[in-house]
Design a protein around this ligand. Structure first.
Ligand code: ZN
Length: 503
C-alpha cells in the first residue's frame, strides 16, 4: 500500500470511528435512554457528526484523493482500492457542499424533532409536530440547494443515497407498478373471498414471540455472536462494525405479525451488514450499497422467504407448538393465507405486499410537493388523507394512523422512502436470480435450510459492501438493468393463486 493510501485510510478510519460512535449513541437513544437525556444527547450527536464532517471534508483528504485517483487509474474499477477511491470521492464531493454548521443543525433538529413526533403520534395531534416538520422541510430544501441539481430538487437528495437515480425515473417506475397493482387489488376485491386472519390477533405471550423471532432469524443465519436485538418504538437496524450489528423490534400481544415479520425484516438488513467484507471496516465501503439495495434484503427475508409457502411448511409446526392454545385449531394453509391477506389499510409497515408500494407512491409525491413549496406543512394531513382515499380507497381514522405514522419526517432525509419500493423490485429481481442458480431452493427452505440462499447472497451481494451502485450490482448479478417485471410477475402469480384469480 502506498504511503498516500495509508494516510487516507487513517483519516477514513477516524471519520468512521466518529460516525460509528454517533450510531451507538443514536441506537441508545432509540432503545434505552431515558427521556431526560434528549437535549444532552442532541448536542453529543451534533458534536460527533460535526467533527466527522470536518475531518472528512478537509483539504488534506481532497489532496490525497486527487493523488490516489492517478495512482489507481490503471486498476480494475471493480478492485477494492479503485472502488474505495471512487466511492470516497463521491462522498467527499457531496459532503464538501454541506457546511459543518448545516450538518450540526440537521443533527440537532433531528434529535429534537424525534421526541416531538413521538408525543404527537401518541396524542394524534399533528399540531405538536408541525413546527418541527416545517424546520425539517426547510433543511431538506437547504440540502438540495447546497448539493445542486438540474431538473428537480428531489434529484439532489436522491443522488446522495441512490446515485444515478432521478425523480423522473422513479415516476416511470411507480407508473408501471400502479398500472399492475390497481387492477390486481380490484380483481381481489371483486373475487369476494375474505381471508380469515383472526388467528393472528389471539393474545400471544410477548416473550415467547420474541424468542421465536430470534429462533427464526438465527436459523436464517443472523449471527448473535456478532449482533443482538433490542426493543424500540420504530424498528431499525444499525451497524457499528461487521462484528457488531444491532437489530430492534417491537411486539404486540394482540398482533402476532408485528414482532415476527418485523424481526425477519431487520435480520435481512442485519445479515447484509454482517456479511460485508471485514477488510472494508473503518472505510466508506463498510455498509450496504444503498437504501434500496438494503431494503431488497429486508424485504427478501421478510416476504419472499418469510411469507412463502415453503417457509411455513417447515415453521408452522414449531409456531403451533409454541402457541398451542392460540393455534391448535388453525391449519398451516389457513395460517399461510392469513399472513398474506390483501387488504388496503392505513399503516404502511403493516401493509400487504400488493398495496405496500402505493403507500410509498403517496409519500414520494408528498415529499416532492413539500420540497417544491407547492404543499404547506399545515395542509399535509388533508393532502395525505386525500391520496389515501384516491390510491387505497380508505381514510385513516386519525393522524396517528395517517400522516404521523412514520418516524422518517422527524429526520432530514427526504428521498429515502422510494428506497422501500426499489427494495421490493430489486429483491424480486435477485430472488428470481437465486432460484435460477439454486433450482431446489424451495425444497431447501421447506426443510428449514437457508445456508444455500445466504451463501449465494453473501457471495454475490453482501461481501461487496458499498463498492457498487444499485445499477452496477444489478448489471453484475442479473446481467440487466432495474426492472419491475419480476416483482409484478411474482405478485400476480402468488396472489392470483391465493385468491383463485384466472391467470
Ligand atoms: Zn427496512
Amino acid at each position: 500500500m502506498s504511503e498516500q493510501m495509508q494516510q487516507l485510510r487513517e483519516i477514513l478510519g477516524e471519520v468512521s470511528d466518529l460516525g460509528r460512535a454517533a450510531a451507538v449513541l443514536g441506537w441508545d437513544q432509540e432503545t434505552y435512554m431515558p427521556r431526560g437525556g434528549v437535549r444532552a444527547r442532541a448536542e453529543q450527536l451534533a458534536t460527533l457528526r460535526r467533527l466527522a464532517h470536518t475531518r472528512f471534508t478537509s483539504a488534506e483528504v481532497g489532496r490525497l484523493l486527487d493523488a490516489l485517483a492517478a495512482e489507481t487509474a490503471a486498476l480494475d474499477p471493480a478492485s477494492d482500492d479503485a472502488s474505495l477511491i471512487r466511492v470516497t470521492r463521491r462522498d467527499y464531493d457531496h459532503s464538501c457542499k454541506l457546511s459543518p454548521e448545516l450538518v450540526a443543525e440537521i443533527s440537532r433538529a433531528t434529535s429534537l424533532a424525534r421526541p416531538a413526533w413521538i408525543d404527537a403520534r401518541a396524542q394524534s395531534d399533528f399540531a405538536l409536530f408541525a413546527p418541527y416538520l416545517e424546520k425539517n422541510v426547510a433543511l431538506n430544501q437547504r440540502v438540495a440547494e447546497a448539493l445542486g441539481y438540474t431538473s428537480h430538487p428531489y434529484d439532489a437528495l436522491l443522488d446522495r443515497s441512490e446515485p444515478d437515480m432521478t425523480a423522473a425515473q422513479l415516476r416511470t417506475l411507480f407508473d408501471e407498478l400502479k398500472a399492475a397493482i390497481v387492477p390486481l387489488v380490484r380483481a381481489i376485491a371483486a373475487q369476494g373471498a375474505v381471508i380469515d386472519d383472526s388467528c393472528l390477533y389471539r393474545g400471544y405471550d410477548e416473550q415467547q414471540q420474541l424468542a421465536l423471532g430470534l429462533q427464526v432469524v438465527q436459523q436464517y443465519g443472523f449471527d448473535m455472536e456478532r449482533g443482538r436485538e433490542d426493543l424500540t418504538t420504530h424498528p431499525f437496524c444499525t451497524s457499528f462494525a461487521p462484528g457488531d450489528v444491532r437489530i430492534t423490534t417491537r411486539v404486540s400481544r394482540d398482533f402476532l405479525p408485528m414482532a415476527l415479520f418485523g424481526t425477519m425484516h431487520e435480520s435481512g438488513h442485519g445479515m447484509y451488514e454482517q456479511g460485508v467484507n471485514p477488510a472494508f471496516d473503518r472505510t466508506p465501503l463498510c455498509r450496504g450499497a444503498s437504501p434500496g439495495v438494503h431494503e431488497s434484503q429486508s424485504r427478501l427475508w421478510e416476504n419472499l422467504v418469510g411469507r412463502s409457502r415453503p417457509f411455513w411448511q417447515h415453521w408452522y409446526g414449531k409456531l403451533q407448538a409454541a402457541f398451542p392454545a392460540q393455534l391448535q385449531d388453525v391449519d398451516g394453509a389457513t395460517f399461510y393465507r392469513a399472513v398474506n391477506k390483501v387488504s388496503p389499510s392505513p399503516i404502511r409497515v403493516e401493509a400487504d405486499e400488493v398495496t405496500y408500494n402505493l403507500h410509498i407512491l403517496l409519500r414520494f409525491e408528498l415529499e416532492m410537493a413539500l420540497l417544491e413549496g407547492q404543499l404547506k406543512v399545515a395542509d399535509l394531513p388533508a393532502a395525505w388523507n386525500a391520496r389515501m382515499q384516491e390510491y387505497l380507497g380508505i381514510t385513516p381514522p386519525n393522524d396517528a394512523q395517517g400522516v404521523l405514522q412514520d418516524i422518517h419526517w422527524s429526520g432530514v432525509g427526504f428521498g429515502g422512502f422510494p428506497g422501500y419500493t426499489l427494495g421490493n423490485i430489486i429483491g424480486a429481481q435477485l430472488f428470481a436470480q437465486v432460484h435460477a442458480a439454486i433450482p431446489d431452493l424451495d425444497s431447501q427452505i421447506a426443510a428449514g435450510e437457508f445456508a444455500g440462499l445466504l451463501g449465494w447472497l453473501r457471495t454475490n451481494l453482501y461481501q461487496h459492501g458499498r463498492k457498487f451502485t444499485a445499477n452496477e450490482l444489478l448489471q453484475r448479478i442479473t446481467g440487466g438493468p432495474l426492472s419491475t417485471a419480476p416483482w409484478i410477475s411474482y405478485v400476480r402469480q402468488k396472489f392470483g393463486d391465493l385468491y383463485g384469480l384466472a391467470a
